[in-house]
Design a protein around this ligand. Structure first.
Ligand SMILES: [Zn+2]
Length: 272
């Protein structure tokens, strides 16, 4: 774990790193892994049942991501604090960074926060999460290790009264290097309805972690959204993790084009 380079001594409480030395080209993130609220926040004024709903986290996403990490020998970085405290998959200027309302539920403990309170939440969870991912990627690129970033999420089957038909959605922007073969493989599966940029798209500002860490470095990336009723139990979690890991293992390796562009400057240094 020392090699994961946590951003601060306290960050291991708020960020989890599994398999920091993973040999896989894939690095996984689970941005909404936990519904944990540190004691100082109480319940944010919410009822206990609200804290187990999707508004607090992505149910089922972490067990899927952990099993994928194991199957692929991939590094996984996960949040350990609820998105209700601060949403790590949002830019710092997003109106829902600290959501005053999630879906249709008002979050009393997020109303009228001072700048200082917001900054404390950034320092508690958002900053360590992003510093940890950046440290891992920079170390890999410095070693010339191919790196492709995948975030694993889950979505609620019914949102604001509307049913969502997709079992899984793949979200991507104009760089389709990873998303296109992944979507193709999923679409060939019988009985699986695949959402392409559904139930969200980068226009909804949900692509932040991948933009910040992959797109900014020319690395390929994709966001996976699994409908959370598919992965509410161990059987479904295993099914989807094994299915996705199998697809990833069969993807063609990327040539040293975009994926290693950022490493060039550093490898010149170490070679000379
Ligand atoms: Zn999510």
């Amino acid at each position: 774990m020392e090699k994961a380079r946590p951003a601060s001594p306290a960050s291991s409480d708020t960020v989890g790193v599994t398999n920091p030395g993973g040999s896989s080209p894939f690095v996984l993130t689970c941005d909404h892994a936990s519904n944990f609220l540190p004691a100082e926040f109480g319940t944010l004024g919410l009822a206990a049942e609200d804290l187990s709903r999707h508004i607090a986290w992505d149910p089922g996403a972490l067990p899927v991501a952990l099993r994928m990490a194991q199957a692929l020998d991939a590094t996984l970085v996960e949040t350990r604090i609820s998105r209700l405290i601060i949403d790590c998959n949002r830019p710092l200027d997003a109106p829902d960074l600290v959501p005053p309302v999630s879906e249709t539920t008002a979050i009393p403990g997020n109303a009228g926060l001072s700048d200082k309170q917001r900054a404390q939440r950034v320092a508690l969870s958002w900053q360590p999460f992003h510093d940890t991912i950046a440290g891992i990627i920079e170390d890999r690129l410095a070693r010339g290790q191919e790196t492709r970033l995948v975030s694993v999420h889950s979505f609620t089957p019914v949102y604001k009264g509307r049913n969502r038909p997709w079992h899984i959605g793949i979200i991507h922007d104009e760089d389709r290097r990873l998303a296109a073969p992944l979507i193709g493989a999923l679409q060939r599966l019988a009985g699986v309805t695949v959402g392409v940029n559904e139930p969200y798209s980068p226009a909804d500002r949900v692509y932040f972690t991948l933009e910040r860490h992959a797109r900014s470095r020319g690395l390929s990336c994709a966001m996976i959204e699994i409908r959370n009723d598919e992965i509410s139990g161990e059987t479904g979690q295993r099914k989807w993790a094994d299915l996705l890991a199998g697809i990833f293992l069969n993807l063609e390796p990327e040539e040293a084009k975009g994926s290693r562009r950022s490493a060039v400057g550093k490898s010149v240094q170490s070679a000379s």
